[in-house]
Design a binder for this molecule. Structure first.
Ligand code: HEM
Length: 411
């Protein structure tokens, strides 16, 4: 009985302990790949108090060259990892690429972003019936594929192109999570499509001039059809899953309390930051105790930083954003403004809010994990099979005498 109760408690608490374990394992693997030169900043003696200072240090500006992790990231993001904004070293090519991304993201006003995301969400969500069990990321990806297609090409996304983008983004994120091998053909089909559109003059803004035609296609693919689609799909999936797991929070958000929704969004990103680890390679010595020499790989572990300094830092609790202590929370969901922050930090919350609104307008969310756990418990409690045979012993299977094979063995 006790063993059964323990097993049940283990299953019931899976959502509490499993994600943290997976993230911690990923962190350990990353640290291992980086070998001796990798420094996990949050694990240093003064790591948490020095975290943002070290992250913002001008010498913490190397992005790819010199880190064991870079080969892995470039492999995951291929083709065109060398022009992916996140992995370009500082210099004129980076400046031009970053400027283009900023310009494109800023080309819509907030109300236009809201309308675009709501329109795409309504179209995609309209394809789903109530009562269906879904994986949230699978529902979100087509929405963000349509949004970013329309942002780039200023026209409605054709169905077959949406499928091309989703196949590509899904392939990248599955490889990143190590749940599937890369499927390069899927990715190259999108590159070829983008090359054709660029050659036809269909892109209504100036692409970075310092990039070749191939590189321009990889830039669009990497920033808007990989990073944007993957990050927004993951962020909306996290947010909706949190609402599914907290029916009280969901009810209050559904009632339209905007300020409360902002706190829910912040708490979701505090507990489940999209970035596990960001890394930088130092290009000069950094003054710290102990000192950090040039050429070090600094690993900035978001979950450790976000959860630090609180007795229950990994627990989801919207109310902590109410309290006076909210100002002291460690919270950098979009990175550090002094060191290559996320260019979408100004527009992402509008999109997250629009998708949540459209989803809640159509569906009540419940988590199948909680559902599943509840059903295991309810099934055991009701004992339908056990009770049936207790009441109808005449239907029990007839026990047959064991037949003995001529050679003497049982079958
Ligand atoms: C809720 C959604 C998002 C979150 C939480 C997020 C988070 C982040 C974080 C933490 C970083 C900094 C990592 C570092 O320091 O190395 C970053 C960088 C970046 N993000 Fe986002 N992101 C989101 C959405 C997006 C979207 C929609 C785009 C696409 C347009 C985007 C494009 C980028 C790029 C290009 C960088 C690299 C910046 C640079 O190195 O110059 N992100 N993001």
């Amino acid at each position: 009985m006790i063993r059964r109760l323990l097993a049940l408690a283990l299953v019931w608490t899976v959502p509490r302990w499993l994600p943290g374990r997976v993230v911690a394992l990923r962190g350990r693997i990353f640290a291992l790949i980086n070998g001796a030169e990798g420094t996990a900043v949050a694990s240093r003696a003064d790591g948490i108090s020095e975290f943002t200072r070290l992250y913002a240090a001008p010498a913490a500006n190397g992005r790819s060259h010199g880190a064991g992790l870079s080969d892995l990231f470039w492999y995951w993001l291929a083709p065109g990892s060398h022009v992916h904004q996140e992995h370009l070293e500082p210099g004129p090519r980076y400046d031009e690429v970053a400027r283009t991304t900023r310009t494109v993201l800023a080309s819509l006003r907030h109300d236009e972003w809201d309308a675009l995301v709501a329109r795409c969400a309504a179209r995609v969500l309209g394809e789903y019936r109530s009562g269906r069990v879904v994986r949230l990321r699978d529902v979100m990806m087509p929405i963000w594929a349509e949004v970013y297609y329309e942002l780039v090409f200023r026209e409605r996304c054709p169905r077959q192109v949406r499928e091309l983008i989703v196949a590509h983004a899904d392939d990248v994120v599955s490889a990143l999570k190590c749940t599937r091998l890369r499927h390069m053909q899927r990715r190259i089909r999108l590159t070829q499509y983008l090359r054709r559109r660029i050659a036809a003059g269909d892109v209504p803004f100036t692409l970075p001039n310092l990039l070749s035609a191939d590189e321009q296609a990889w830039y669009l693919q990497g920033t808007f059809f990989n990073t944007a689609v993957v990050q927004m799909s993951e962020a909306t999936a996290h947010l909706l899953l949190v609402l599914a797991e907290h029916p009280g929070v969901q009810a209050r958000v559904r009632a339209g309390d905007g300020a409360y929704f902002d706190r829910v969004m912040d708490e979701t990103m505090r507990v489940y930051p999209l970035f596990g680890i960001a890394h930088r390679i130092t290009t000069a010595d950094i003054d710290a105790t102990p000192p950090i020499p040039a050429g070090s790989v600094l690993l900035f572990e978001y979950p450790k930083f976000h959860h630090a300094g609180l007795p229950d830092g990994a627990a989801f609790d919207v109310e902590r954003w109410h309290a006076e202590s909210a100002r002291t929370l460690n919270f950098i969901p979009y990175g550090i403004s002094a060191n290559r922050p996320c260019p979408a930090r100004g527009v992402a919350p509008t999109g997250l809010s629009a998708v949540t609104r459209e989803t809640l307008r159509r569906f009540r969310l419940t988590s199948s994990l909680v559902f599943g756990t509840y059903m295991v418990w309810a099934a055991r409690r009701q004992g339908l099979c056990r009770r049936y045979f207790a009441e109808h012993p005449e239907h029990l299977p007839q026990l047959r005498a064991r037949a003995t094979c001529p050679a003497g063995g049982a079958r």
